[in-house]
Design a protein around this ligand. Structure first.
Ligand code: UDP
Ligand code: MG
Length: 309
């Protein structure tokens, strides 16, 4: 098997056929020895029915049907675990990542790069909020982690089998694949592409999922938020020590006692806020430790036509 294509699907019934046709015609430019693994991540629409129809017509179609929605990163992880190709391409199922770029990626792979990721030049048809949060998220992430996660990249990429095997040895429950692949090293390169708007349907990434994903990325690759808690604590303690000194000085030397409800309530609310934020930050790390300690299976497969994973 030369190439496996992994496509996560969540409510993509209208995109599947078009996606498949475009995928097949661009991969045929490289090889006829390939498989396309569609992972249906608990869609509420007829995505799975579409997949079954497709797999009856085309034996290169592999499907993995989850028992419920487990999330995009988990769906991709499952696809990688079931894949057999020497090279594996991860691509979205909504046609935002153009399949026509894959032969270019493959050419770079043949030149000796283990990772060829797509870097977005422009993003069409996405909300201002999404673009701006994504832009700053990747730049902040780059600042606070010590691994080189490329900015403006999604999971659209071609990776070598070695990377797939290494990813299998990274058992974290909260996947942040683009970070994990950057962490692995090897020879990595990028190609630029224009990200299209999604053809049909709507995004499966509402703000709540984006936030969780961002926190997975930060907690998985950086201790800076924890250090921030410590540093803020030290800073506030220092300031309050100065205030105490001033209050004593004012009382005994200047013989003016500082009074006031305002200063009391402001300072106690301020420290209350800082404490809650700090506990929240620590809580984000603890909840991830908890998940990893439980060590549940990452996903549950209800149907698949892939023999021996
Ligand atoms: N997706 C998934 N599970 C989810 C949400 C999304 O498998 O819970 C898939 C979706 O079908 C698509 C890809 O992940 O192929 C990217 O999701 P989407 O297009 O909704 O995100 P966006 O491009 O808006 O960030
Ligand atoms: Mg999309």
């Amino acid at each position: 098997m030369e190439i496996s294509i992994v496509v996560p699907l969540y409510n993509e019934e209208k995109n599947i056929r078009l996606m498949h046709d475009r995928l097949v015609s661009s991969i045929l430019k490289i090889t006829s020895n390939f498989e396309i693994i569609y992972v249906n991540d608990g869609s509420n629409d007829n995505s799975f029915l579409e997949l079954l129809k497709l797999s009856n017509e085309d034996e290169r179609v592999k499907y993995i049907n989850f028992s419920r929605n487990f999330g995009h990163q988990i769906a991709v992880t499952a696809g990688l675990e079931y894949s057999k190709g020497a090279a594996v391409v991860i691509i979205d199922g909504d046609l935002q990542d153009p399949p026509e770029v894959i032969p270019e990626m493959y050419a770079l792979y043949k030149e000796g790069f283990e990772v060829v990721y797509g870097q977005r030049l422009i993003r069409k048809g996405e909300s201002f909020l999404k673009k701006i949060t994504a832009k700053y998220f990747y730049r902040i992430l780059k600042k606070i982690t010590n691994i080189n996660i490329p900015v403006d990249t999604g999971d659209f990429r071609l990776i070598d089998r070695k990377i797939v095997n290494d990813l299998k040895n990274m058992p974290e429950q909260n996947k942040f694949l683009r970070g994990q692949i950057a962490w692995l090293g090897y020879r990595q390169t990028s190609i630029f592409f224009e990200r299209d708007e999604r053809k049909f349907g709507e995004t499966g990434y509402p703000f709540s999922k984006m936030l969780k994903f961002a926190l997975d990325g930060i907690t998985g690759f950086s201790d800076v938020p924890l250090q921030f808690v410590t540093k803020t604590g030290i800073f506030i303690s220092f300031i309050s020590f100065l205030v105490i000194l001033y209050a004593i000085f004012s009382h005994f030397i200047l013989e003016r006692t500082i009074t006031g409800w305002t200063s009391l309530i402001i300072s106690s609310m301020f420290i209350g806020g800082v404490q809650l934020i700090s506990v929240g930050i620590i809580g984000e790390y603890i909840s991830r430790i908890n998940k990893n300690v439980q060590n549940r299976p990452l996903y549950i497969v209800s149907e698949t036509n892939v023999e021996n994973k």
